[in-house]
Design a protein around this ligand. Structure first.
Ligand code: ATP
Ligand code: MG
Length: 460
């Protein structure tokens, strides 16, 4: 890594104009203003920052006064400033107090000191600032904890005494493994040792905060880096004991590897751009440890779907994500036999839902790679082609797709509204799945009439 001067010079070029103009505006109003935190770290790594964070000695009420349309973001005095369609978070220098229950602080105190603000941040690479104090001419890099040097060595190191910092806020331990995976960094040995000791404290965290970090971890190029760290430090056993249970469970896949290794390979193989598939890859074999008997994992897909749902609920994932992931886990064992009839292919489509096909096949591909099998198995591809053909043909798979509805049955056949009518419609769906040619109004009325006749016959 270059010496700080050269680094500062490069930042003059990389920090976008709209961010610099915010710094300038604060400066012109007599304030210190800096780019700080993750955005500065990413800029120095030539990574596109997800957002730009600014810090200043201006108090929140002053910020709202200075920037038209600015709003308070949270009770910690972060202000969201709008500029050219983007939103920037501006946070007043602060000191944190009263960490209770190993979570984030209950009380913050605003300060005038940049270094004190940097000292409360989690890792050295997140504890740098670039900008200038009131009265200073040029922007400069402020790096009191050796962040630039750690960036160069690709090391994640806690600011200050790691055990103390992790006891203050246990989330920092999960952030450590998340950042190690996202950035491809090593965790400094003393920081890692502290995680091993303090890992049990993550039990105090809300599921929501853990879930947010897990999401970011799963978007890393190789999530397995962070997941392995979680397992090896004892974080996993606290956060997800059902995943921890996969360690040491034998698999007949890659020699010498266990079920946990298979899970990790599958997660890495799932596309980073598909968070739901990555989550499903992480959880697809959740049901295996508890169903293992006689060398088989009987119904592990069914058991696993329920376990996946429970785990994701604990981590406060949104309902649609929970439903999608548990659906994928439930059906990840699907067969692709060429002998399947067209009707069987349509039944599969009915059960899975066309909108889940891409994700389910992406999961299969990841599972295959994770099992050391060749991906893109021709049989799987052929099965997908047959499914796509049914989708393209708009195969009728539910009541809405029938050429008749309940009103027709009432009007034309004199059936009465009620559950029996619903059963006739469902039976018609089954018949149409078997033979799509039946799906026209006249034919279906005849079929329904025959069915109704059958039913009245058995009833009398
Ligand atoms: P990302 O790229 O995911 O945004 P980030 O490091 O920027 O990563 P943020 O949650 O945006 O993460 O936090 C911004 C900055 O605030 C961090 O870089 C760090 O300086 C500080 N920070 C965030 N969470 C903590 C924490 N739990 N303890 C101490 N400092 C924190
Ligand atoms: Mg950030």
């Amino acid at each position: 890594m270059a010496v700080p001067d050269a680094v500062a010079e490069r930042l003059e070029e990389t920090v976008p104009d709209r961010v610099r103009s915010l710094l300038d505006q604060l400066h012109a109003a007599g304030h210190a203003a800096y780019v700080v935190g993750g955005s500065l770290r990413d800029a120095l790594l030539d990574r596109q920052p997800s957002d730009w964070d600014l810090t200043t000695d201006a108090r929140p009420d002053r910020l709202v006064e200075l920037f038209h349309g600015a709003v308070y973001e949270n009770r910690f005095g972060t202000v969201a400033v709008r500029r050219d369609g983007s939103v920037f978070e501006v946070t007043t220098f602060r000191l944190e107090h009263d960490y209770a229950d190993h979570r984030r602080p209950h009380r913050v105190e605003f300060g005038d000191d940049l270094e004190a603000d940097l000292a409360r941040r989690d890792f050295t690479i997140n504890a740098m600032a670039w900008g200038r104090a009131a009265g200073e001419e040029d922007n400069r890099l402020v790096d009191p904890f050796g962040g630039v040097s750690d960036l160069g060595r690709r090391v994640l190191r806690a600011v200050g005494d790691p055990r103390k910092r992790f006891r203050e806020d246990a989330l920092r331990m999960i952030r450590a493994v998340r950042l190690a995976a996202v950035l491809g960094f090593e965790v400094d040995p003393a920081t890692l040792a502290a995680i091993r000791v303090e890992a049990p404290l993550v039990a105090h965290l809300s599921g929501e905060r853990i879930g947010a970090e897990l999401d970011k971890l799963l978007a890393a190029p190789e999530p397995s880096i962070g997941l392995r760290l979680m397992a090896d430090t004892g974080l996993l056993a606290v956060i997800a004991p059902e995943l921890e249970a996969q360690r040491g469970v034998a698999q007949n896949k890659a020699p010498g590897e266990d079920l946990w290794d298979h899970t990790l390979r599958s997660v890495d193989a799932a596309p980073a751009s598909r968070p739901v598939v990555r989550l499903a890859a992480l959880l697809h074999d959740l049901g295996k440890p508890s169903t293992l008997a006689d060398g088989h994992f009987h119904r592990h897909d069914v058991v696993g779907a329920t376990m996946a749902e429970a785990l994701l609920r604990r981590l406060r994932y949104p309902r649609p994500v929970i439903e999608d992931v548990s659906h994928l886990v439930r059906y990840h064992m699907f067969g692709t036999e060429p002998e399947l009839t067209d009707a069987a292919v349509r039944r599969f489509l009915q059960r899975i839902g066309a909108r889940h096909l891409d994700a389910l096949f992406a999961l299969r591909r990841a599972d295959d790679i994770g099992s050391g099998r060749a991906p893109d198995d021709p049989r799987t591809a052929a099965f997908r082609t047959r499914l796509d053909a049914e989708v393209a043909a708009e195969a009728a798979l539910d009541r809405d797709a029938l050429a008749i509805d309940g009103d027709d049955l009432i009007r034309e056949l004199g059936l009465r509204p009620g559950p029996a009518l619903g059963r006739v419609l469902d039976a018609l769906v089954e018949r149409v799945i078997d033979d799509p040619a039946l799906n026209d109004r006249a034919t279906l009325l005849l079929v329904a009439q025959a069915m109704a006749g059958d039913t009245s016959g058995t009833a009398s």
